[in-house]
Design a binder for this molecule. Structure first.
Ligand code: NAD
Ligand code: WQD
Length: 341
C-alpha cells in the first residue's frame, strides 16, 4: 500500500513518514526542499530501516506534478503537508502564500483524480477557528474571517477539498492541528527553524541553550488565570500517529462523510508561563525571559475539544506537557551537535 506524502521531509511530514512505515505502508515523498533538507530522507531511513521514495518536485509546477502521477500508478492515498506556514511572512507576501499553498493543492487534486487516487488527508490548522467564542473548540465551531493570508489559505483549501469531494471520486479528511511541538525520541528528525523562530517552543529551547539572549513573553494582560495566552500543545509523534489512523480509516471505508474534519490537540490548554515553568522543571535550566507587549494578531486562548477525534479515530494524544518540553529540549541539544544539512 503506497502513500504519497507531500512535504514529507518537513517537520510533521517526516514524523508521519516514520509512523506510516512502521505501520507497514510504503511511502513516496514529494518535497521541493524550500523548508527542509534532502538529508531528512537518510534520517528517516536510520529510524525505520526503510528508505522512503523521494522526488524533489515543486507542486506548483503542474507539468512536473502531472508527470509524477503518470509514473506512479499504485498510490492508494495522499497526505498533503506541503505548504508555506509562516504567518508573519504571509502578511508580507500574500500572493506567494496563495500561489504556493493553493496552486499546489489544485495540481495535486487534479493529478489524483486523473490517476484514480480517491483519498486525501490534509494538514489544516486550528487557525481556521480564529478566536472561538466557546472553549474548548469543537469541529462545529464557525470558521471565522481569517486573521492572516496563511490562515486564509487553510480555509480556502478546506473548501477546495470539500467541493471536490462533492463531484469527484475523492474522499478527504481535514486534520486541524493545534500547536505541534517536540521531536522524535531518536533525535534524528525534528523541527528545523530557519533564522529567528516565531514559535514559542523553539524560542524557549534556543534561549535556554544560549543561541538567543532572552525570550519575550508576548502579553500578560490577557483574560486568562496568569494573564498570558493559552494554547493546546501536542507532541508531533502523537500528531503523526493520527495521520496513519486517518489513512487506515479511508482505506477501510470507515469515513462517515466524503469529507470529515478532526481536531488534533490534547484537549488541555497551557499558558505561556505554565509552559516556561514546565520547561524549567524538567530541564533544570533557568530561562531568561521578560514580559513585553502583546504580539499583534495573536489570539488570547484556544484549546481543542477532542471528543470527536478520540471517539471516531480511536486516537488520543498520549504525551503531556512535561514530556513534550523534555522532548523539545533533547532535540535542541542534539541540534547543537549537528551540522546542517
Ligand atoms: P514544514 O515547513 O516543516 O514542512 C512543509 C514542507 O513542505 C517543507 O519540507 C517544504 O519544503 C515543503 N513544501 C512547501 N511548499 C512546497 C511546494 N510548493 N512543493 C513541494 N513541497 C513544498 O512545516 P510543518 O510544520 O511540517 O507543517 C506541515 C503542514 O502542517 C503545513 O501544511 C502546515 O501549514 C500545517 N500546520 C503546521 C502547524 C505547525 O505549527 N507546524 C500547525 C498547523 C498546521
Ligand atoms: C504560542 C504562544 C505567543 C513566541 C502559530 C500560528 C498558527 C499555527 C501554530 C500553523 C502565543 C507566545 C510566542 C515568543 C511568546 N501554525 N509566544 N513569545 O501563535 O499559537 O500559532 O503556530 O497553522 O497558525 O499562528 O504559536 O508558538 O507562535 O505562540 O510569548 O517568542 O506563545 O504569543 O501566545 P501560535 P506560537
Amino acid at each position: 500500500m503506497k502513500i504519497l506524502v507531500t512535504g514529507g521531509t518537513g517537520y510533521i511530514g517526516s514524523h508521519t513518514v516514520v509512523e506510516l512505515q512502521q505501520s507497514g505502508y510504503e511511502v513516496v515523498i514529494i518535497d521541493n526542499l524550500s523548508n527542509s533538507y534532502a538529508s531528512v530522507v537518510d534520517n528517516i531511513e536510520k529510524i525505520s530501516g526503510i528508505r522512503p521514495g523521494f522526488e524533489k518536485i515543486d507542486l506548483t509546477d503542474i507539468g512536473k506534478t502531472a508527470n509524477f502521477f503518470n509514473r506512479h500508478n499504485n498510490i492508494v492515498g495522499v497526505i498533503h503537508f506541503a505548504a508555506l506556514k509562516a504567518v508573519g511572512e504571509s502578511v508580507q507576501e500574500p500572493l506567494l502564500y496563495y500561489r504556493n499553498n493553493l496552486n499546489s493543492l489544485i495540481n495535486l487534486l487534479e493529478g489524483m483524480i486523473k490517476a484514480g487516487i480517491p483519498n486525501i488527508v490534509f494538514s489544516s490548522s486550528c487557525t481556521v477557528y480564529g478566536q472561538p467564542d466557546e472553549l474548548p473548540v469543537t469541529e462545529q465551531a464557525p470558521i471565522q474571517k481569517a486573521w492572516s493570508p496563511y490562515a486564509h489559505t487553510k480555509q480556502i483549501a478546506e473548501e477546495i477539498i470539500e467541493n471536490t469531494t462533492k463531484v469527484e471520486n475523492v474522499k478527504g479528511i481535514l486534520l486541524r492541528y493545534f500547536n505541534p511541538i517536540g521531536a522524535h525520541e531518536s533525535v534524528l528528525i525534528g523541527e528545523l527553524p530557519i533564522g529567528v523562530p516565531n514559535n514559542l517552543i523553539p524560542f524557549i529551547t534556543q534561549t535556554a541553550i544560549g543561541k538567543r539572549e532572552v525570550l519575550s513573553v508576548f502579553g500578560e494582560d490577557y483574560n486568562t488565570p496568569d494573564g498570558t495566552a493559552i494554547r493546546d500543545y501536542i507532541h508531533v509523534v502523537d500528531l503523526a500517529k493520527a495521520h496513519v489512523i486517518a489513512i487506515d480509516r479511508m482505506l477501510n471505508d470507515k469515513s462517515k462523510d466524503k469529507v470529515e474534519m478532526f481536531n488534533l490537540g490534547t484537549g488541555n490548554g497551557f499558558s505561556v508561563l505554565e509552559v516556561i515553568n514546565s520547561f524549567e522543571k524538567v530541564t533544570d535550566v533557568k530561562l531568561n525571559y521578560k514580559i513585553v507587549d502583546r504580539r499583534s494578531g495573536d489570539i488570547e486562548k484556544v484549546w481543542a475539544n477532542t471528543t470527536y477525534a478520540n471517539r471516531e479515530l480511536g486516537w488520543k494524544a498520549e504525551k503531556g506537557i512535561d514530556e513534550m518540553m523534555l522532548s523539545a529540549w533533547n532535540w535542541e541539544k542534539a541540534l547543537q551537535k549537528k551540522t546542517w544539512p
